[in-house]
Design a binder for this molecule. Structure first.
Ligand code: MOS
Length: 736
């Protein structure tokens, strides 16, 4: 089915199941520990061996020798895999990291060997007996030092430069009566999902089956095929449940390649998980940025010039952190300039994490707006409203499909009690605590991707949905079940959803906040086909057929749905594809974040006291699941604001704090009262579901809202994330 014109009324609009705050259907499996993650498929694979990945102990250079003498004869050892033993591997299409290094080493903890043994402990012990000698070469690890020589990034390897120019930015900025020109930094960050990267690999002749935790299984199968040099048809990936991804498990990483090679070498299935201390330097991370923002405005707060430049680094051939993405769309302003520069760094690969680009860029832009508001002596909410635009500011005439940023800001301001905020910072005190409020806008692209599904109907009236979509803890199972139940006129207990198997029809997987909107639309398309098949089978005219209460009505008759499959199971498969609406309209989700903090005037300790998110993302398929997504994202935003930083050792070239003791993420005690308001509004330009993604919207802007609240509390402006107390304590003269 191709979606080419805005959706009219369709069965989803009945809202018998869609739009209800439904509990997650897999919740009981998870709370009872019976949901199986990659490493736990023990019934499917008998007698597995255990793999242990060894990471490089240098950041840049070559392996001279790997002496296996002792490791080979250690108890239980079955095989040792190195680049020398398996030959050069190809690179996948998405990540540039070489997933088994040697002899060249590109970054610290890049995989250099996999040891396979009867038990995990034996594999780990033997790994410690490998004697690896290296020749070190000089690497580049310091973004600030590499910044000035970093070239403008390109689209792909040789495509257009990643910069935009509208009007005359330089002229307009130079002549603006009020100017802001500030630089902000965001650190390297790691996903820190609960489940580590893990795979069980099993070969049956030429056929490779992997139980894994990859967010986009179709990319995973494609990349495993390329990297190992085997046909994609010979690969089956299964990811029934994924314990968080946050962009860190997009496609094949070292665990699946190591497990597959190890299983081949050992002639046995191999299970393997990356130990936590390996993950930060071995896999991907969100790269650090340096961002310069310049905004020119007239005294009434009208932006006349807006410029945003961002620098980040990556391995050779790796991508840039597109931190300017939101600035291109969020505020009006006739003269505009953005530019992305990319330095080559010899750190682990930088890639997608938790709203890549937008989250990072808005950490800077939304502090800049707060600073501009202060210079103008205008309320920060009012400044944002004043510069709202209903069309793409780079392409006048191209409308937003729907955009309620102003309503998000106004609703939030009212509900949060924004009118109680004191514009003068450092003036509200409760005992030893300084209290402040901050606001930020949120915008996140709402991409929609082609997605396929198969639906089956049996004589009992049970509808089974199959797609390779994953559920990374977001609620995919539940909203897909709701979609099929709505379309087929049955209750949710009559629907079975099977996900996370690459042998099922191809979805775009879970990423980029496209999962929910795209995967449910694919299920919609397949269900339209199944409805046709049902009507045909029952001899009912399709146009007359009504699917309700487990019955099919038409021509004054009513049949149980299952009657259509009396003779044989009905199977329908289809894919939803898209025309040009996403080019005709700017399709984005919007929000506003409000935060109240307390800062201890003696210690500089920061406590978030209240948070509110108001979100606008088309139809809300399941308000309960959507709210959970936003709350999780807000929590991550607090992490980005106050805690999260991979500290680079600029001499040796690695992330020092590579475990969850040193890399801090928020815990329950850090998270205060959180509220979410969903401003529902159907977007018929998106798909028949009329929904947009919401998962990543919830983090975008949050860190800046926290930063702005800290400033409002203390009068101390921190432009280097994370905002830790050492950056405040010297300046807290207020308490003296
Ligand atoms: Mo997401 S960071 O695009 O999985």
């Amino acid at each position: 089915m191709k979606f080419e014109t805005p959706a009219g009324i369709n069965p989803i609009d009945q809202l018998r199941v869609i739009g209800k705050p439904t509990d997650r259907i897999e919740g009981p499996l998870k709370t009872t520990g019976t949901a199986k993650y990659a490493y736990e498929h023990n019934d499917e694979v008998s007698n597995p061996a255990y793999g242990y990945v060894v990471g490089a102990a240098i950041a840049k250079g070559r392996i001279k020798t790997i002496d296996q003498t002792k490791a080979k004869v250690a108890p239980g050892v079955l095989a040792i895999v190195t680049a020398a033993s398996v030959g050069a591997l190809q690179q996948g299409k998405f990540y540039v990291d070489r997933l088994l290094a040697g002899p060249e080493i590109d970054h610290y903890h890049q995989a250099v060997a996999v040891v396979v043994a009867e038990t995990f402990e034996q594999a780990r012990a033997a790994a410690s007996l490998l004697k690896i000698s290296y020749t070190k070469t000089k690497g580049v690890y310091d973004l600030a030092a590499a910044k000035d020589s970093a070239p403008i990034s390109r689209q792909g390897q040789s495509g257009p430069l990643r910069q935009t120019n509208v009007g005359d930015f330089d002229g307009a900025f130079a002549s603006a009566p009020v100017k802001l020109d500030e630089t902000y930094t965001t650190p390297d960050q790691t996903h820190a999902m609960m489940e580590p990267h893990a795979t069980i690999a099993h070969w049956d002749g030429d056929m490779l089956t992997c139980w894994c935790c990859i967010q986009q299984l179709n990319w995973g199968a494609r990349d495993v095929a390329t990297i190992l040099g085997i046909p994609q048809e010979n690969i089956r990936l299964i990811a029934t449940f994924i314990g968080g991804g946050f962009g860190g498990k997009g496609t094949a990483l070292s665990d699946i390649i190591a497990a597959s090679l190890a299983a081949q070498a050992a002639g046995r299935p191999v299970k393997l998980a990356l130990p936590r201390p390996l993950m930060m330097n071995n896999t991907i991370h969100r790269p650090a940025t340096i961002q310069r923002i310049r905004i020119g405005a007239t005294p009434d707060g009208t932006i006349t010039a807006i410029g945003h430049e961002s620098w980040s680094g990556n391995l050779p051939g790796g991508g840039v952190e597109s931190a300017t993405a939101s600035t291109r769309l969020l505020y009006a302003g006739a003269n505009r300039f953005t530019q992305l520069r990319l330095a080559v760094l010899d750190l682990a690969e930088g890639s997608a994490m938790r709203a890549p680009g937008e989250a990072t860029g808005m950490m800077a832009l939304e502090i800049a707006m707060d600073e501009l508001a202060e210079k103008l002596n205008i309320d920060p909410v009012a400044l944002r409203i004043k510069n709202d635009t209903q069309e793409d500011p780079e392409k006048p005439g191209r409308k937003f499909s729907s955009r309620k940023l102003v309503e998000c800001l106004q609703t939030g301001a009212g509900q949060f009690g924004w009118n109680k905020r004191q514009a003068k910072p450092g003036t509200v005190r409760e005992g030893q605590w300084l209290i402040g409020m901050g606001v930020a806008s949120a915008i996140r692209g709402a991409p929609i991707m082609k997605s396929a599904a198969r639906v089956r109907l049996n004589r009992e009236g049970i509808v089974t949905v199959e797609t390779d979509m994953t559920d990374i803890g977001t609620g995919s199972y539940t909203i897909i079940e709701q979609t099929a139940a709505e379309m087929m006129g049955v209750t949710m207990d009559k629907v079975v959803v099977k996900l996370g198997d690459s042998s099922f029809p191809t979805s775009p997987g879970s990423a980029g906040q496209w999962g929910a909107a795209s995967a449910t639309s694919g299920v919609y398309a397949a269900c339209v086909k199944l409805r046709d098949a049902v009507a045909n089978s029952l001899g009912v005219r399709v146009e007359e057929a009504e699917f309700v209460g487990g019955q099919v009505r038409g021509g004054n008759r009513s049949y149980p749905l299952g009657d259509a499959a009396k003779a044989t199971e009905l199977v329908a498969q289809d894919e939803m594809t898209y025309g040009t609406l996403s080019r005709e309209y700017a399709q984005d989700a919007f929000g506003a974040h409000f935060v109240e903090v307390g800062v201890n005037s003696y210690t500089g300790e920061i406590r978030v006291r209240r948070m509110l998110a108001v979100c606008h993302a088309g139809r809300i398929l399941n308000p309960k699941a959507a709210r959970s997504q936003i709350i999780g994202a807000m929590t991550m935003g607090v992490g980005a604001a106050l805690m999260e930083e991979l500290v680079v050792d600029k001499q040796v070239g690695f992330f020092v704090n590579h475990d969850l003791a040193g890399y801090e993420v928020p815990v329950h005690a850090d998270i205060p009262h959180q509220e979410v308001v969903l401003l529902e509004d159907l977007d018929p330009t998106m798909s028949p579901m009329k929904a947009k993604g919401i998962g990543e919207l919830g983090i975008v802007g949050v860190a800046a809202a926290v930063a702005n609240a800290v400033y409002n509390a203390t009068g101390i402006r921190v432009r280097e994330y994370p905002i830790t107390l050492d950056k405040l304590i010297d300046k807290l003269s207020i308490n003296a």
